[in-house]
Design a protein. Structure first.
Length: 175
């Protein structure tokens, strides 16, 4: 289990790096679009017609790539002021309930995301905007991301079970 934990940590960190590179690329695309719309550069079009669409896709990819790392590092949205105010055993039970609910939601999203991507692929659905691409390309990261999130929830529950009863101290960005 420790090897799985280490492998998931490396994969999550690698995906966070991918998200960072995508963020940089998105910034460059947007800046390039603004520049070419406002400054006439010989040989270049006035604006990049595909920049909005590509930026939207990059934003989605950034979200999918960064989510497992954010969960692992405790940098996701978490309001734990209540957990600090209730008795330790009640806080511990809330931690378990939240992780179990998170796991169930991630497994459901994995299943339904995979089903939607498969149906889109089977139907040959196309996204027709400025760029024309198979629709399932956009759907495929969703089940992969949520499967990795589900694994991370299992690992979080393992860490919670190994610690002392009370609100979690690991994976919390602010205490």
């Amino acid at each position: 289990m420790q090897r799985l934990d280490a492998a998931v940590a490396r994969l999550s960190a690698g995906l966070a790096l991918v998200a960072s590179v995508l963020l940089l690329a998105m910034m460059l695309v947007i800046c390039g679009d603004v520049l070419t719309r406002n400054v006439a550069l010989p040989g270049l079009p006035r604006g990049l017609a595909w920049s909005n669409e590509v930026s939207e896709l990059m934003l989605y990819a950034i979200t999918m790539a960064a989510a497992p790392w954010l969960l692992r590092e405790g940098r996701h949205i978490r309001v734990d002021i209540l957990l600090r105010a209730v008795p330790r055993k009640a806080a511990y039970a809330c931690e378990w309930a939240a992780d179990c609910l998170g796991l169930a939601c991630c497994l459901a999203m994995t299943w339904f995301g995979a089903l939607a991507a498969w149906k889109s692929h089977a139907a040959g659905a196309q996204s027709i905007k400025t760029l024309v691409m198979p629709e399932w390309w956009f759907m495929a990261p969703l089940p992969a991301c949520f499967l990795l999130l589900a694994v991370e929830f299992v690992l979080r529950m393992r860490r919670l079970a190994q610690g002392e009863a009370g609100p979690r101290e690991d994976a919390v960005s602010a205490a």
